[in-house]
Design a protein around this ligand. Structure first.
Ligand SMILES: Nc1ncnc2c1ncn2[C@@H]1O[C@H](COP(=O)(O)OP(=O)(O)OP(=O)(O)O)[C@@H](O)[C@H]1O
Ligand SMILES: [Mg+2]
Length: 505
């Protein structure tokens, strides 16, 4: 049985005025994905809503919703709203796994987060869908509105980490999701702002009104049209789209999207008549407010909420395992060494020091799967904690010591870019190991340059975080005043293999 979703009406090929239903083949869509593009107000969100409403009885749905536009679906259908701001990335990864297991349709509402956090949270959730156990690979529509936010074509103002995680998750969704039952449906205002590889994986297109030449050119390329032919997108009215692709139509087909049952929260602005100007207008507008108390300027902390959170967690004692009881503890004890070994192998690659956490985590999950560890793998926050430890070269005994706990608390107070280096020095000081060389310090801050390491150390010294001295034989000792300990002398110019950073090697 074929399931055809009714999207609205199509003009007959010769434009004789008669209209036929415009349908979308749902099974074909699951295999071939969909890209919707149109400028602001062209009706993309309305179109997605129509598609979601019409297909809700047939297929599980997840909506990545940056504006909180789709939460109203929960009123009329059985969708559950997950407020992303209320959960950590690790929790969202887990929640996504359960969403697949229990086959519940979900709206991931990202409206209360800034762009960077939207990217991180959406990435964690998408990765959770993607990493679900093979037993739960049921087909699912994954609708991403404003997809250019999550898969931008150019680096923006967000951190590299966030962009890579989000772009990676979107690429996985569109390029490798099909086998796992994930069918991406993505909408964007500006095709030119959407990463090319993500757009290119859709075989179905719905093109709405498009003004800018650069978007038009991209649309024509994707659809295999002459640029001249793509000019027709300029004159499309709101709610009118040109459909093309195996699930829609073999030739470009103009369609008009039909009505929807639920309403979005962001309608078009409506003109409302102005009220009469009141006589006391001056007083109304200019009347003084409550006496104002001058407030000192607030200094906002650096935008590193997630790193802060991790370090805070580190500073506290070990987090309780998700499930308690002797069986869970036994299982955790069994898996601990396996995770350590996997991490050791990943970090044994000299280039690992220069890879982002997201990339290393992907790697980690692949290794876990090879060990037949699925849902039990560490979540992202737990992985980050382990990684900070491993990168600082801390073994289990040191990690449990009160000195190390103090070092981690002290690190939490420092600017994010020097925490890794501080922990590296603290490790050497706490364990009485030789002072790390410039090369090692550079690696700890993700750089190949010893010069950068020396500048960073000088900066840390200036700020009073460390005190260094050079002994007569040229060896360096670094003391950490806050921790009341210092490293053994070490050669700043020594070059050794990066593996030696790892405990136990
Ligand atoms: N086919 C349609 N029939 C009736 N109303 C429509 C249709 N398409 C869109 N609208 C209305 O037009 C307005 C703008 O549509 P919509 O929010 O879907 O635009 P959009 O392309 O998602 O814009 P943005 O990129 O700014 O989010 C909404 O009020 C919507 O209800
Ligand atoms: Mg919209």
């Amino acid at each position: 049985m074929k399931v055809r979703i009714d999207m609205g009406s199509a003009s007959t090929p010769r434009g004789l005025g008669a209209e036929t239903p415009a349908t979308l083949d749902l099974e074909e869509l699951l295999a071939t994905r969909l890209l919707v593009q149109g400028n602001s107000g062209s009706g993309k969100s309305h179109l997605l809503r129509r598609l979601l409403e019409q297909s809700a009885p047939w297929v599980q749905q997840v909506i990545i919703d940056p504006e909180g536009d789709f939460v109203t679906l929960a009123d009329a259908f059985s969708h559950m709203v997950v407020d992303a701001a209320a959960h950590t990335e690790g929790a969202l990864h887990r929640i996504a796994g359960r969403v697949r297991e229990h086959r519940v349709s979900v709206v991931l509402n990202l409206e209360d987060l800034d762009v960077e956090m939207q990217m991180r949270h959406a990435a964690a959730f998408l990765a959770g869908l993607f990493d679900a156990d093979r037993d739960f690979w049921y087909p699912m529509l994954v609708v991403v509105d404003e997809a250019q936010l999550f898969a931008p074509s150019a680096a923006g103002e967000v951190s590299d980490d966030a962009r890579k995680a989000s772009l990676g998750a979107m690429t996985d969704l569109m390029c490798r999701g099909r086998k796992r039952g994930l069918a991406g449906v993505i909408a964007t205002q500006r095709l030119a702002k959407l990463a090319k590889n993500v757009a290119a994986e859709a075989s179905n297109f719905l093109m709405g009104r498009t003004f800018l030449d650069i978007d038009m050119a991209r649309a024509a390329d994707l659809l295999g049209m002459e640029r001249r032919q793509a000019e027709m997108f300029r004159d499309l009215e709101r709610g009118h789209f040109v459909a093309l692709g195996p699930a829609l139509a073999k030739r470009p087909l103009p369609i008009r999207i039909g009505e929807v049952q639920t309403s979005g929260r962001s309608g078009s602005p409506k003109l409302t008549p102005l009220p009469e100007t009141p006589e006391d207008v001056h007083e109304l507008i200019l009347k003084p407010g409550e006496p104002e108390i001058p407030r000192p300027p607030v200094r906002r902390p650096a935008p590193s909420a997630s790193a802060d959170a991790i370090l805070q967690q580190l500073a506290q004692s070990r987090p309780a395992p998700a499930e308690t009881g002797p069986a869970a503890e036994e299982r955790a004890a069994e898996l601990g060494p396996v995770f350590d070994e996997i991490l050791r192998r990943i970090l044994a690659d000299p280039e690992a020091a220069f890879r982002s956490v997201a990339v290393l985590y992907q790697d980690f999950l692949v290794h876990c799967r090879m060990h037949k560890i699925g849902a039990e793998a560490l979540d992202l926050p737990a992985f980050r904690r382990k990684l900070v430890m491993a990168r600082a070269g801390v073994d289990a005994a040191t990690a449990d010591s009160p000195e190390w706990e103090r070092a981690v608390s002290a690190a939490a107070e420092l600017p994010e870019d020097i925490r890794g280096v501080f922990l590296l020095l603290a490790r050497a000081a706490v364990t009485q190991a030789p002072c790390p060389s410039d090369g090692e310090v550079a690696r700890a801050c993700g750089s190949h340059s010893p010069g950068r390491a020396r500048r960073l150390l000088a900066y840390m010294e200036q700020r009073g975080f460390v005190v260094s001295r050079v002994e007569r034989d040229g060896n360096r000792v670094i003391a950490l005043p806050g921790l009341d300990c210092e490293t053994a002398p070490g050669d700043p110019l020594a070059t050794e293999a990066p593996q030696q950073l790892m405990a136990g090697d």
